[in-house]
Design a protein around this ligand. Structure first.
Ligand code: SAM
Length: 234
């Protein structure tokens, strides 16, 4: 069951972002720039984790996302403390009111979902016609994706110290992921679920070992980012 993946890692997950503050701020800017491409309105975060991004969206940009879906009780407990209202469920099983959200986003959670069509299809019922679905993730084909695939195959970052960030993403979380490419996710959205008008924004475009050296402004496209946003219309 996918909730087991992040149970027990909640504190470690947050402290990883605190130790990699510039990476966090670059990703936060990407989320903000993706939300700017939507018409705003009522928003839902799928796999909201500890609500760290939502807290900073509120304090730094005045954007309020209070509704979340999250399978890990450990993560959800922290998100609730941060003011979110969280349904404990996966994207595949969440019970959501039809046509009730203007924007639904998956920030980092698609990487823990095997069947994307099932997960996106379930939450799409809750998206209003004309609303936006946003997927933000580490693409499988990016330098970060390849690093995590390599470390997972080796079982650790041993031997990768001179190419991996000093405080690397927890190996257990890299190992339990299902990495997807950006074209793979795009094809699910357009060909299988009928979404359209896809746009792309990206950040973390340096080699991973340099990505915490500065805060990066998001740019268009998906060909070099270690973190990519796909923005699609229903
Ligand atoms: C990389 S974390 C991202 C958390 C948060 N959105 C953030 O960016 O800090 C991935 C999250 O997806 C959640 N997750 C795992 N499987 C899921 C699923 N099937 N449906 C929804 N969320 C899932 C995990 O519990 C975890 O909180």
């Amino acid at each position: 069951m996918s909730n087991a993946k992040f149970d027990g890692y909640a504190a470690q997950y947050d402290s990883w972002f605190i130790n990699n503050e510039n990476v966090f701020l670059s990703e936060l800017k990407l989320l903000k720039s993706a939300l700017d491409l939507t018409d705003g309105g009522r928003m839902l975060s799928i796999g909201c984790g500890s609500g760290l991004f939502e807290e900073q969206l509120r304090t730094q940009y005045g954007i309020n996302v209070t509704d979340g879906v999250e399978p890990s009780e450990d993560m959800a407990t922290i998100a609730k403390r941060r003011g979110m209202s969280v349904q404990i469920a996966t994207a595949e099983t969440a019970q959501l009111e039809e046509n009730s959200y203007d924007v639904i986003y998956f920030n980092g959670s698609s990487s823990y979902i095997a069947d994307l069509k099932l997960a996106y299809g379930n939450v799409l019922t809750a998206l209003k016609p004309g609303g936006s679905l946003i997927l933000l993730d580490v693409p499988k084909e990016s330098a970060y994706g390849l690093l995590y695939l390599l470390a997972a195959a080796r079982g650790s970052y041993d031997g990768l110290e001179d190419v991996a960030p000093a405080d690397s993403y927890p190996i257990e979380l890299a190992r339990s992921a299902y990495w997807h490419t950006t074209p793979e996710k795009s094809a699910v959205l357009t060909d299988e679920l009928g979404l359209h008008d896809l746009q792309y924004r990206q950040t973390l475009s340096t080699a991973p070992i340099y990505s915490n050296d500065f805060v990066e402004e998001p740019r268009e496209g998906f060909d070099r980012g270690g973190y990519v946003a796909i923005i699609a219309r229903k």
